[in-house]
Write a protein that binds this ligand. Sequence first.
Ligand code: ZN
Length: 726
Amino acid sequence: MKDRIIKLIVTAVLVSLILPVKAQKVSAASSDMKIYAIDLGDETYGDATYLVSGGRGLLMDTGDKDPNRTVINWLKSNYQTSFDMYLSHYHDDHDYYMAEIINTFRVGTLYLPVNGYMKYGDSDYMDFHRNLMNQTINAARARGTKIVWLKKGSKFTIGNTSAEVLWGCTYNNGVYNTNYINNNSLVTRFTGGGVSFLTGGDLEAPTENKIISAGVNIKADIFKMNHHGGNTSNTQAFIEAIDPYYAWYNFHENSRTDTWASGWCSDPVTRMSLIANTLGTRYNGNIVFSASNGFVSASAQRRTKTIYEKLTYSNGSSAVKSMGFNSLIPPILRKDMFRSAESFARCTKNGTVIKYTWKNTSSGWTYRGSDGSIVKNEFIDDNGNTYYLNANGIMLTGWQKINRRWYCFASSGKMYIGWQKLGGKNYYFDPRNGVMKTGWFKADGSWHYADKTGAVQKGWKYIGGKWYYLDSNMVMKTGLLKLGSKTYLLKENGAMGVNEWVRADGKWYYANSKGLMTVGWVKYRNKWYYLKANGVMVTGIQKLSSTKTYLFDASGAMLSNAWYRSGGKWYYANSKGMMTVGWAKHNNKWYYMNKDGVMVTGIQKLSSTKTYLFDASGAMLSNAWYRSGGKWYYANSKGLMTVGWAKHNNKWYYMNKDGVMVTGVQKLSSTKIYAFDASGAMLRNAWARKDGKWYYVDDKGLAVRGWRTIKGKRYYFDSNCVWKES
Ligand SMILES: [Zn+2]
C-alpha cells in the first residue's frame, strides 16, 4: 500500500487538451503552479522546463548548444528576468547555458546536485563537462547567486510550490563517483496548486530499479519522462509507480538522426500512453500544465502533426515511413476528454473547427461532425458527461473494457463516475476519467478496497498477507476498532497489528497474535512493557499497586538494575524493575534512595546515629574526603561521616563533632593540645603558632609543657603549652 498517495483531484471536471493555443504568457496565480515544457526545436537537443508558482520562476535545465538560443529567447520573450535555477545533472544537454543565463539574468538561487559529478578518468569528454560545471559555479559565485546543493531528502520552495528531492547521488561528500552521470540525476517532486510533478533528469533504468526496490513513493500527477523518453529508462514498473495523469517527453528525433527509427522512445512513449495522457515537445511544441485547486489541465502549442516522418538512417539512406502508432501520437491520446463548457469540437491541422452532434442510426447512436466524419475509438464530452464511441463509431452502454481498463456506461451512454451501486454491488469510478477502481484507492479522504471485479469491499479482508477492516461505509479503519467486546488494533496504514506495537492518537498499544489490544504486562524482544486498562503503554515512574512502583524508560521498556532520570532527579530500578527505596549497589558502588525513590547526594543523616557521605554522582564515599561549603569531611570505610580521629595516607586528621576537619592549634581535651597544618594533617616535632603564641608538638603530636631541649636549645612551655621567652 505504500503507493497510496492522496489525490486531490476529487471532482469530476477536468480540463484536458483544449483547443490550440499560442504559447501563453508566463504567469501563475498565488496558489497555483504552472509548468512550461519548452520546445527546443529540431536543431538542438536536451531539456528545459520552467516552473512558476506564487510569482516565482524556476528554470530547470537549459538545453544544449543551440543556434536558435531557444531557452534564452524564451525567457526574454516571456519577460522572465529574475528567477531561480535547478540542474538535474551535469550533462551539456542540460547545463550548456547555465553560466550565460546566470550572467544575463538575475538568478537568485542555483540548485545543484551534490556530488553528482562523474569522474572515471581524464578525457576530452570529461574535461568538457567539468568545464561547464565549473563555469556555472564560478558564474554563480561572481554574481552572488546562492548555491544550494541538493541530495535525497532536500526540500525547498518556489513560491507556493514545495519541492522534495526523492533521490540523488548516494556518494559521500568529497568523493566524486564513478556512476554514469545520468544515474546521479536528481529525482524531485514539486507540489503546487494541489498537483504534483515528478522530474528525474536523465535517470536510467538501474537507478529507477533501485528507487522501486527502496520503496520510495514516487506517485505524481505529472511526469516528465526520464532521459527524453528513452528506452534505457522509463521501465514499466517505474512509470506504473508514478501513475501520472499527464506525461511528456522533451525530444526531437530529427536532432539525433535515426534514433527514433532505432526505437529510442517509441516503446516507452507507447507504454506511457496507456497509462497517461502523453505529450511530446516534438509534436506538441511548447506545452503548459496549469495546476490549481487540485485540477490540472494541459494546453499545447500544436495539437496535430503529420503521422509520416522522413527518416534518415545512419547509413545515409532515407525513407518516408508511417510512425506505426498514429492512434497514440499525437496529440489526441487515448484518455483525452474534451471537457469544456462548449460542445465537443476539434480543430483540424489546417485550422478549421469541426462541430459534432448526436445522430441515431439503426446500429445505435453516433457522434457526427460537421464535415461528415464520425468519432471512433474515443471518449467525448458532451454537456458535462462523457461518452465513448467504439471502433464503428457507435456509442457504448453497460460495462466496457477499453484499453485494458474497465468503464461502465448508463443506458443513456453517460459514463459513470464516482460511487455507483450496480447489480447490488458498490463500485467507484475515477472522477477524473471514469476508470473503474480496483485494489486500494482513496476517495473523499478515506481509503477503500475493491476486488479484481471492482466490487468495493466491507468487513474483514485479508489483502497482501495482512488483515484490514472496512466498515459499513466501506471505509478502511485505523487505530482502535471495537467490535462487540473485542478491541482490535489497526496500524496507520490500516493493517491489523499482529504481535507488534501499534500507534494510535499518539499513544502506543500492543496487538497480540490475534490483533487484539493487550492489557497488563507484555514481553517484547526480551523487554517488559506494561499496558494500562485502556491499552495505553506506560513510561516513567508507575505505581502499579499499593506496594509496587516500577520504572520504565521513554520507549516504555521496564528498567532493570538501571538508573532513570526525571525532573532532574535520579531513580534506580532493581532487578525486578521496581523503584528502589534505600540502599542499592550499582557497578560496585553504593547509592541511597530516599522514601520517594530519589537518589541522595552529599551529607545525609540516615538514622539517629548514622550520617553518610555521597559524592555528586550519588556514589557513597569510602575512606575518602568530601568537600562542602568550603569544609572538608571524611568518610570512613563504611561510608560514615567521621567524627574524631581518622588516618588517611599515613597522616592523622581530626574531625570535630559536626564532622568538619580542623586545622591549626587545637585543644582537643582539657589536657591535650594538638597542631594541624593547612591541609589538616597532624604535625609532629614541629613548632605551631596561634594568636601570636608559639607551641611545640612532640613526636606523638602532643603540645609539650615545662623545659624541653629542641635541636640543642632549651625552651620553657607553661601549663597552657605556650613557649615563654624569658
Ligand atoms: Zn539529457
